[in-house]
Design a protein around this ligand. Structure first.
Ligand SMILES: [Zn+2]
Length: 204
């Protein structure tokens, strides 16, 4: 069963997470006196439900594709993503740009699938670099090895903003996959993607 991890049912998982979040909130309250009675009673359940909702984003998503005859570069800019860093469990968020060139008689996907794939990959605690690789690999497989695929992720990490160095700097990571036969045109394809991304930036 897709929803079972280590044999735990949904109900068992909910109870364990609720127990742990209750313990965390009560422990923080005992240490720092932060919460009122309503929050002590209900915040643990709100946190537990958030994790459930978030986990569901990883499931039940059908990456539909369509055949295409022409070779046409498809480009999406400014896909929002929201995640939590696995080191501090604090949000990091930003935008994703994607460009791909399908094979002749290859596959394209509906534009919303690129958004859903982004949401799926970032809906778990992680770090930006491996999640960029995961998104690139996921799209490369689902789009049946396009001739060229480039993914760029720009993220702001609140764990760097409210703690530590206290900077709102952007982290930029990228993933690239291409067919060997495209090597002579690689720079041209990258430039086309970069120019289209720049044209689309900040337009939404
Ligand atoms: Zn962090």
């Amino acid at each position: 069963m897709e929803n079972q991890i280590d044999g735990q049912t949904i109900q068992q998982r909910r109870e364990r997470v609720l127990d742990a979040t209750t313990e965390l909130i009560q422990t923080l309250h005992d240490a720092y006196g932060w919460f009122n009675n309503e929050e002590l009673a209900n915040t643990p359940l709100r946190i537990a439900k958030f994790y459930e909702e978030w986990f569901d984003n990883r499931n039940g998503f059908n990456f539909t594709t369509f055949p295409i005859d022409e070779e046409v570069m498809t480009i999406m800019t400014d896909i929002d993503f929201y995640s939590l860093c696995a080191h501090h469990m604090l949000p990091f968020f930003g935008s994703v740009n994607i460009a791909y060139l399908p094979r002749p008689k290859g596959k394209i996907c509906g534009a919303s699938k690129l958004v859903r794939a982004t949401t799926k990959v970032f809906s778990k605690p992680g770090t930006q670099e491996p999640m960029t690789v995961e998104l690139t690999d996921y799209l490369y497989a689902e789009l049946e090895k396009p001739l060229f695929l480039m993914v760029q992720v720009t993220g702001k990490h609140t764990c760097m903003m409210i703690r530590g160095v206290k900077q709102k700097t952007n982290m930029v990571t990228s993933g690239l996959r291409f067919d060997e036969e495209m090597k002579p045109q690689l720079n041209h394809l990258k430039t086309e993607a970069f120019e289209a991304w720049r044209a689309g930036e900040g337009k939404n």
